[in-house]
Design a protein around this ligand. Structure first.
Ligand SMILES: [Fe+2]
Ligand SMILES: [Fe+2]
Length: 195
């Protein structure tokens, strides 16, 4: 399936609001790829497909993990929507013919992040957070500006925001997000000491 066919398929699958979000992520991911010297086609594909399993219910997500033997962590068991990321990567491979591991990883880690993300993972993680249709979030405009100058700094602020937000809700905090936050906090501290 080529990119245009993927866009058409996602439009049929998603609500108008979610499809607008997917297109927003695609546009921002394209720009970030250009700025940071990454393949814009791969970034566009990862972006348009990143939420391709988000329409599934919690039960359906668990069902797909059982059928395809995808491991479910205790955090995912408590916040099942997190599973749309790894089921999304599975669908990208099975339904959209994506074999590129960079793209599949970017879809898998778009919700939680992880330590030492690849450039494409950071592009999708950030684009998902800052695309123009996002409802206002604290520090969103700071993150938007930072994203185009220092992607690691943007990733760090997003992780910090996400942890702050999760602490105010009853949602469990995925261990991967905490590990990612610690990794980027150290990275940003080290770069500010060296500069
Ligand atoms: Fe998502
Ligand atoms: Fe998203």
């Amino acid at each position: 399936m080529n990119l245009d066919q993927m866009v058409d398929a996602i439009e049929k699958l998603q609500s108008a609001k979610r499809f607008k979000h997917s297109l927003g992520v695609k546009d921002v991911a394209y720009d970030l790829a250009l700025i940071y010297g990454y393949d814009t086609m791969k970034a566009s594909i990862a972006a348009i497909l990143h939420d391709c399993a988000k329409h599934l219910s919690d039960d359906e997500l668990i069902g797909q993990c059982n059928i395809y033997n995808l491991p479910v962590s205790k955090y995912e068991m408590q916040s099942k929507f997190l599973l749309h990321a790894k089921v999304g990567a599975l669908y990208a491979r099975k339904l959209y013919g994506v074999e590129d591991e960079d793209i599949l990883d970017a879809i898998t880690y778009h919700t939680t992040g992880r330590p030492s993300m690849t450039l494409l993972e950071k592009i999708i993680f950030t684009a998902d957070y800052i695309e123009p249709n996002r409802r206002p979030i604290p520090r969103l405009n700071t993150i938007r500006k930072e994203a185009y100058f220092n992607l690691d700094q943007a990733v760090y602020i997003i992780l910090e925001n996400t942890l702050d937000y999760l602490k105010t809700t009853n949602n469990v905090i995925d261990e991967m997000t905490i590990k990612a936050y610690e990794y980027y906090r150290k990275l940003i501290e080290a770069s500010s000491i060296n500069s």
